[in-house]
Design a protein around this ligand. Sequence first.
Ligand code: AMP
Ligand code: ZN
Ligand code: FE
Ligand code: FE
Length: 303
Amino acid sequence: MKTKRRPVPAPAGGFVDMHCHSTASDGELSPSLVVQRAAEARLTGLILTDHDTVAGCQEAAAAAVKHGIDFLPGVELSCEYPRPGTMHLLGYGVDPNSPTLSRMNEQLQEGRTDRNARIIEQMQVAGLNITMAEVLAEAQGTVGRPHIAKVLLHKGYVGTIKEAFDRYLGQGGKFYQDKERLTATQAIGMVHDAGGVAVLAHPVQLRRENLAQLASVIKDLADVGLDGVEIIHSDHRESLIAELQEMAARYGLLCTGGSDFHGKSKSHIKLGWAGRRRIGREYFDGVVRAVARRRAVVEVGSP
Ligand code: AMP
Ligand code: ZN
Ligand code: FE
Ligand code: FE
């Protein structure tokens, strides 16, 4: 006999999403539309985390007020890290008007402009018909490889965005070029300076060989000021979530969760969902408290 599965009741505070992208970087939806999507998904809290920029946060914050959703500004920063892994740090609760953040933004955008130009040049040398103007036309904010991938897709050089990364743009791809990155210590320092807390995004992408190596990277980051770990993410399996939760507890770190929603370019990811999991409100509240504590220390003056 089949047993009927009871629906899992929503936790008192509901669900949130603490990792998503808008047109301010490589997402498909404007910041207000991301918030509208969050409202449709009945989320109670949202953090926008565009690559290298907080430019979408003001618009998102205004939309969040309209929809009655709690909102924190955020940013996602790429850090120096040995191949084949990538290290991304989330800055949660940063002050969008922080001068440190705007300086960093300027520097990282310059690094991107330089890297994007090198990629296009290599493609042109190889005989591909692609120009920087076409790439810029795809972007409204931070310009990156996803925008180059879209041009390749529209021109029929590839059949999917994934193919563009696999063959041309990803590590090991024909036209891969690295860009200027911050060290993890620099990125954590900047997030703190901007009043935020620093969280390691999708640790699976560090591509460590085993859990002991992963734990050692997380411990080293905790030693230089890391505040939290994104345990729930669309790329994380259940077993990894449990391991990460344990590591976070061991090193006194916050746990967070997010979908890494981008819109159509990653159509398998839905806002508010990480695979079949949702992200409980307690993770958002934990970050809100950590940001408040950090700001209080700054205001009172640390010794
Ligand atoms: P960039 O920051 O310009 O170097 O581009 C990196 C971004 O490209 C990542 O944050 C992802 O959003 C996207 N990306 C990386 N690999 C892939 C892939 N295989 N398929 C689709 N998008 C990807
Ligand atoms: Zn992205
Ligand atoms: Fe990322
Ligand atoms: Fe992301």
